[in-house]
Design a protein. Structure first.
Lengths: 86, 370
């Protein structure tokens, strides 16, 4: 199964995941690089939680999955200030 | 709403700002105007006052930049991140940066600078992002007409949680202070017009605005909203589908388009086709059904064809003849929903433009916000 909650991953999906990770890192304090490999098993939940946090904040259906509406929202022009501050 | 982490706020009420770089997408004057209006959105609902300086270090430095531009947050090219700002504090605190890779405009095309500036200045004052999609502090950009833009209640609650509401006006300390000039219920108006969904009344150096159905009106100085207009506006009218508002004083007139003053004004009213003896216009109103504007001067009126941009022949005519029950002279008039509202002293007459008769007459108690 993919390392993050996705259906079957292809090239463009990989890009979407990378884009989403960067988005969540920038605006929701999601730290991917710092997660030690041994904990990679944990990261799907971490990513899922962050996706849910973003979907909740921006009024999307909270699925924890990188679905189309979530990706669309991530591509919308926006302010560079994070949505949540650690 | 959210405030920024640590809830940073400005401890002072008077803040300076400086625009230290401009975008080539817009005229510098349009950038100045958009930023000034954006600050005004926040000063209208708080005790804060903002002053523009042209050199040295301001509390809020504003600029346009591309890519890496000296702070920790490089811009990412067109789309994506369009701007960012820093919360209140020294140095970079309060500063606002716009991504030059966007196309900045004063309208619906590209990215509207006024709207993004309102958002970013919210951060400069200490607001974080709101999860209310109606709030200007919602993280993503979406266009709304700047003419009718209003802060959402969430935005207002957020900023007032940091700074409180606008200071109450000083008690009347001299005869022409706000209250005494406008609390007099027999106020005879200078002029009236619609602007968007608001009705605007003019008296001396003040103007008030309200929604057609609500008795509550607010007051402000004409100069605070339209610095290029004189006090004592005598007539005004709006051509809604052109987003234009015309203001008249003595033999001159000004045009505001999309809430922005138009260059090359004031012009002389004679350029509209008035004869030399017309020194001032008492009242004016645009009829969107006929696409004609009526100008009232003394006991007579002219009719102007806004499409042909010419005065109609056969004028002037007497007001009392064409508008039974109205006149002989009027102070002000505005059009709303198939009716004219004529103001004469403390009386306002509702006049049906199709049946050509007065349908209602009442005392107006416009106090322009005591």
């Amino acid at each position: 199964s993919g390392a993050v909650p996705l259906t079957n991953s292809t090239g463009s999906e990989e890009n979407d995941v990378l884009f989403a990770e960067r988005y969540l890192e920038t605006f929701y304090g999601f730290v991917m690089d710092g997660v030690p490999v041994t904990k990679m098993k944990v990261s799907p939940n971490l990513m899922k939680n962050k996706l849910q946090e973003m979907q909740q904040f921006l009024g999307l259906k909270v699925t924890g999955r990188l679905d189309a509406s979530t990706l669309d929202m991530m591509h919308m022009p926006r302010c560079g200030v994070p949505d949540v501050h650690e | 709403f959210r405030t920024l982490a640590g809830r940073p706020v400005w401890r002072k009420r008077f803040l300076t700002y400086r625009i230290n770089s401009y975008t080539p997408d817009m005229k510098p004057a349009d950038v100045d105007y958009a930023i000034q209006k954006a600050f005004q959105v926040w000063s209208d609902v708080t005790p804060l006052k903002f002053r523009k300086i042209h050199s040295g270090e301001a509390d809020i430095m504003i600029g346009f930049a591309s890519g890496a531009h000296g702070d920790f947050n490089p811009f990412d090219g067109r789309g994506g991140i369009i701007a960012h700002a820093f919360g209140p504090g020294p140095g970079i605190g309060g500063d606002t940066h716009f991504d030059e890779a966007e196309t900045w405009t004063a309208n619906y095309r590209g990215t509207n600078l006024f709207l993004v500036a309102v958002h970013e200045l919210g951060h400069s004052l200490g607001l974080g992002h709101s999860s209310d999609p109606k709030a200007i502090m919602f993280p993503t950009y979406s266009y709304v007409d700047p003419n009718t833009f209003r802060l959402s209640s969430d935005d207002v609650r957020g900023i007032q949680s940091l700074y409180g509401g606008p200071e109450r006006r000083q008690p009347p300390s001299h005869p022409d202070s706000t209250e005494s000039a406008t609390c007099n219920p027999i106020l005879s108006l200078d002029a009236a017009t619609t602007v968007g969904n608001k009705i605007i009344f003019f008296k001396d150096r003040y103007f008030g605005w309200r929604n057609p159905e609500s008795p509550k009106s607010n007051i402000s100085l004409i100069s605070s909203f339209w610095p290029n207009l004189p006090s004592g506006i005598q007539a005004a009218y709006e051509i809604g589908d052109r987003n234009q508002v015309f203001f008249f004083k003595d033999d001159k007139y000004w045009v505001i388009s999309n809430l922005r003053p138009q260059r090359l004004y004031p012009k002389n009213v004679r350029s509209l086709g008035f004869p030399n003896f017309v020194e001032k216009i008492d009242a004016a109103v645009f009829n969107p059904l006929l696409y004609k504007t009526y100008f009232f001067v003394g006991s007579q009126y002219w009719r102007y064809d806004e499409r042909r941009q010419l005065m109609d022949p056969g004028y002037p005519k007497f007001i009392t003849k064409a508008f039974p029950g109205i006149g002989p002279k009027i102070d002000a008039v505005y059009y709303n929903n198939r009716h004219y509202y004529f103001f004469q002293g403390s009386v306002v007459s509702e006049y049906d433009v199709l049946s050509h008769r007065v349908t209602k007459r009442l005392k107006h108690d416009i106090k322009l916000g005591c």
